[in-house]
Design a binder for this molecule. Structure first.
Ligand code: FES
Length: 121
């Protein structure tokens, strides 16, 4: 359990895939209605494959760590495969159960990702 907490803290303090993608083809902004935190997701897709994806904005440890854990897995994946991702699989990345009240936090970036990939470049 402590190992998972350390992993979450590491991704919170040193988030992977943080920033904005140069030449992004897709973009979305989502806010957490509970706290007002906001995440911007930018993606560059070439021939149906994600070549870069990054997040920026403000979020708590759970939100930031989940974005970091999720986005580092997505480079090289097809858009079609990423569209199949379910919220439960994203929550599992944290490695520890979180209460329903924190689901908004953990899924903020994922919702932005879904919205971004639903738009045409
Ligand atoms: Fe704002 Fe978690 S408290 S995203």
């Amino acid at each position: 359990m402590d190992l998972y907490r350390e992993k979450i803290l590491d991704h919170y303090r040193n988030p992977r895939q943080y920033g904005k993608v140069a030449g992004a083809t897709h973009r979305a902004v989502r806010a957490n209605p509970v706290c007002g935190d906001e995440v911007t997701l930018t993606v560059r897709v070439r021939r149906g494959t994600i070549v870069d994806v990054r997040f920026s904005g403000r979020g708590c440890a759970i939100s930031t760590a989940t974005n970091s854990l999720l986005l580092e897995l997505l480079v090289g994946k097809t858009v079609a495969a990423v569209r199949q991702l379910q919220p439960a699989a994203v929550l599992k990345l944290l490695g520890v159960p979180i209460g329903p009240a924190r689901h908004h936090c953990a899924l903020l970036g994922f919702e932005a990702l879904r919205e971004a990939l639903a738009t045409k470049p």
